[in-house]
Design a binder for this molecule. Sequence first.
Ligand code: NAD
Ligand code: LMR
Length: 326
Amino acid sequence: MKTPVVIAVAGAAGQISYSLLFRIVSGELFGLEQPIILRLLEITPSLEKLHGVVMELNDCAYPLLQKVIPTDDSRVAFKDADYVFLAGAKPRKMGMKRKDLLASNALIFAEQGKALNEVASRHVKVLVTGNPANTNALITQRNAPDLSPSCFAAMSMLDHNRAISQLAEKCGVRSKDIKNIIIWGNHSETQYPDLHHATVKGQNAFALVEDEWITEYFIPTVQHRGAAIIGARGLSSAASAANAAIDQMRAWTLGTQNNDWVSMAVFADGSYGIENGLFYSFPVRVSAEGEVTIVSDLQIDAFSLMRMQVSERELKEERMAVQHLL
Ligand code: NAD
Ligand code: LMR
C-alpha cells in the first residue's frame, strides 16, 4: 500500500458529493492501492447532514479510507490537501444562467482561495466545479498567490463527456471509439464543442455527420445540456458531474493516454490568442507526472475562431463583475 493522499471536498453534504465521495474512496479515482484521508468541508448549518454522510461512508467499510475529517473550517479542510474538489456553492434554478450565481458564490471562492494559499500542499490540484466554474477558478487562483496557477483548473469534463456521448449516439458507436473532441471556452452556453479534430474509430468525425446536425443539433445540445437536466430533474446534474470530476482529476493526476487529449479549463497562456490568465477550456495532454500541456498548433477555421472568441468575451465580462475579489 502507498502513503495516503489527502483529498478535500467542499460542499460535502451536497448532491454532487453524495455521488463523488463514495466513488473516490471505492478506488475509482486513483486505484485500489491508494489509501485516502478525506477532509470534508460544509457550512455550519449543514454539519448535521454531513454527519449523516460520514456515517454512511463509515458503513461502507471501504478498505482504502483511512480517516474522515468533517469540518466547517476551510483551514482545517484544506490542511496539507493534495487534491481538492470545490463543489460547495449554490446551484442555479430553472431560468437562471450560471453566471447569475456569481452574486452568491463568488465570495466563497475568494475565501477558499485564501485558505488554500495558507494551508494546502504546495503541489495541490484544485478542481473547481461550483458555478460559474471558470470564473470561480479565477477567483480561487487569484486569492492563492503563493500557489502556482497550474494548481487550479475548472471542470470542462462534463461538457467533454456530453459531446462524446452525443457523437457516439449519432454514429452508432461506443464512447471509447471517439477521440479528440474539444470543448473550448466557458462552462456556459457560449462554450464551443468542436468536432473538427474528433475521430470516430479513427475516421474524421466531420466526414461522418452532416454540417447541419453539428450546427443545429450537436452544438446547442451540448451547450444547453445543463439546463435540459434541470428542466427534467428539477435539480442540476449531480451523478454525471461527480463522474466528470473523477475523470478530470484522474486524467490530471495520472496523465492522458495514447496521445489522446481531454478538455480542461486551465490558466490560459496566450494559446490560440486567448487572453493570458483566464480559465478557459482547451484541449490538453497530461504527462504521467501530472503536467498539463495545452495542445498546440491545431488548425482553427473562421467559424471556430468566432465561437472561441465569443466565449472568451463572456469570461472577460464575468471577470469584470468580480474585479473586487481578484
Ligand atoms: P448542492 O446545493 O446540492 O450542494 C452544495 C453544497 O455546498 C451544500 O451542501 C451547501 O451547504 C454547501 N456549501 C455552500 N456554501 C459552502 C461553503 N462556503 N463552504 C462549503 N460548503 C458550502 O449543489 P450541487 O448540486 O452539489 O452543486 C454544487 C455546485 O456545482 C453548484 O454551483 C452547481 O451549479 C455546480 N455544478 C457544476 C457542474 C460543472 O460541470 N461545472 C456540474 C454540476 C453542478
Ligand atoms: C451542468 O452543466 O449540468 C451544471 O453546470 C449545472 C447547471 O447549472 O447547468
